[in-house]
Design a protein around this ligand. Structure first.
Ligand code: FAD
Length: 419
């Protein structure tokens, strides 16, 4: 099989095809891993299993919801980002057989491998919140976590006539943990510019107990919370939405109190649903107790089988689940896998780097960059807790370019990793 072949043909079904390296998922992490491997050894036989016909630049969805990017800037046909030197298998993995070095697709095709890389992302629990799915995109209910809904966020912000705006955050982990509040700050910034903010009650209902996971950035974010007059509700978890009557139901757990359901009326509701690994990972032998793919947090090697690696949102590692993390992990996984292939010690250790550009107002960003244990790891020689125009330019103009033209092409910029 050469080049850009698709195996989604009747004749190939249920046959066994073998690849030296099989990658599951052609998202940010999967494509970056493929290109990092090829960059180091052009003779590798690499296949990527990916069911979707569209590749999304998800970090752009916050900017779509804030009226800065158009929706089409954040999506490209999958075939246009799939490297020409990999075999693209259009299909979805259903089960793993690590003892046989095999995976089985939903159409029952079996694929075997020498090395496996799992980069299947995470599953957004739209159905975990009763009544949510049927009301998304109408009745003032939106989410920047879906490509087709982010423009509705901006439409609601622009047309907001009501009084109550609620932004929700589920229990961690979620991808881009700052995204729920990024949506809120950009909305507040737009309402302030339009002279509407004083007439809107903005509430952040956060299932957790802290505003942001890396404590260093909390004081700077609190200044914006105070300045915008945002009402913070911690321990408040969205469990049901009545879109028709515009009522949201929260399970609340205040310290020292019984848990109870609180009803909140809304005119605009921005929802971030809970997230977990995809079902086929949760139900697989590769899963950790929590359902995420179990990997060593330093080497990114599976704890179940030595010839399997994981990267991106799907893994159990306690880093911020971001494309920035995947950008760092891809060359590291490539180096460690190739060392293993050459029967050498794995040379690279992941430090947990992840980045979250917090869009605190239109034109300014607090660029949170941190690793395991909340260790602040700024890429630039500046105080990263300060809101900056330069960081906005980075997010608006530089990072999308780096994503499409470097990260997905094997040009490993902004990827320094520890050894
Ligand atoms: P994905 O990019 O989601 O790719 C997973 C791929 O696996 C998909 O293509 C999917 O189709 C495929 N797949 C699924 N199931 C199967 C199967 N059964 N078989 C084969 N393939 C399968 N990150 C940042 O760095 N900065 C930001 O500012 C930022 N903001 C964000 C804002 C929002 C609103 C969102 C939603 C995300 C944001 N992120 C941000 C996070 C970032 O987009 C993700 O961390 C990144 O996309 C993870 O890459 P991934 O490859 O692990 O997952």
């Amino acid at each position: 099989m050469t080049g850009h072949d698709c195996l989604w043909k009747e004749g190939f079904r249920r046959t066994l095809s073998h690849h030296q390296i099989l990658i599951i998922g052609g998202g940010a992490a999967g494509i970056a891993a493929a290109t990092s491997l090829h960059k180091r050894n052009m003779s590798l036989d690499i296949a990527v299993v990916e069911p979707s016909d569209t590749h999304y630049y998800q970090p752009g969805w916050t900017m779509v919801g804030g009226g800065v990017f158009s929706q089409d800037m954040t999506a490209r046909p999958m075939v246009s980002v799939m490297p020409p030197y990999v075999t693209h298998i259009v299909g979805a993995v259903a089960t793993f057989q690590p003892e046989q070095n095999q995976v089985t697709l939903q159409d029952e095709t079996t694929l075997s491998y020498e090395f496996l890389i799992v980069a299947a992302g995470c599953k957004i629990g739209w159905t975990a919140i009763e009544g949510l799915e049927e009301t998304l995109g109408k009745n003032g209910v939106t989410s920047n976590y879906r490509h087709d809904l982010a423009p509705y966020t901006w439409k609601l912000v622009q047309t907001m006539q009501g009084k109550e705006a609620i932004f929700t955050q589920p229990p961690m982990p979620i991808k881009c943990a700052g995204a729920p509040q990024k949506a809120m700050y950009l909305s507040c910034s737009a309402w302030r510019s339009a002279g509407k903010l004083e007439n809107i009650n903005v509430t952040f209902c956060n299932a957790g107990k802290v505003l942001f996971g890396c404590a260093t950035y909390v004081p700077a974010l609190m200044e914006y919370v105070t300045d915008y007059g945002i009402n913070l509700e911690f321990g408040s978890n969205l469990v049901q939405v009545d879109g028709h009557n515009q009522i949201a139901f929260f399970l609340t757990a205040s310290p020292g109190e019984e848990t109870r359901i609180i009803e909140r009326k809304f005119d605009m509701l921005h929802v971030c649903p809970p997230q977990i690994a995809p079902d086929f990972i949760v139900e697989s032998p590769l899963a950790s107790v929590g359902g995420w793919m179990a990997v060593d947090p330093q080497t990114m090697q599976s704890t179940v089988a030595d010839n399997i690696f994981g990267l991106g949102d799907v893994t159990s590692t306690p880093n911020a689940k971001t494309a920035a993390a995947a950008r760092k992990q891809a060359p590291l996984v490539a180096e460690n896998l190739l060392a293993l292939m050459a029967k050498k010690a794995m040379p690279k250790a992941y430090d947990g780097y992840g980045s979250c550009p917090l869009t605190v107002e239109h034109g300014k960003i607090i660029l949170a960059e941190f690793g395991y244990g909340g260790k602040v790891m700024p890429s630039f020689p500046w105080d990263s807790t300060k809101p900056r125009r330069a960081a906005w330019t980075l997010k608006k103009s530089v990072l999308p370019w780096v994503y499409w033209n470097a990260m997905l092409k094997g040009r490993e910029w902004l990827t320094r990793v520890s050894t």
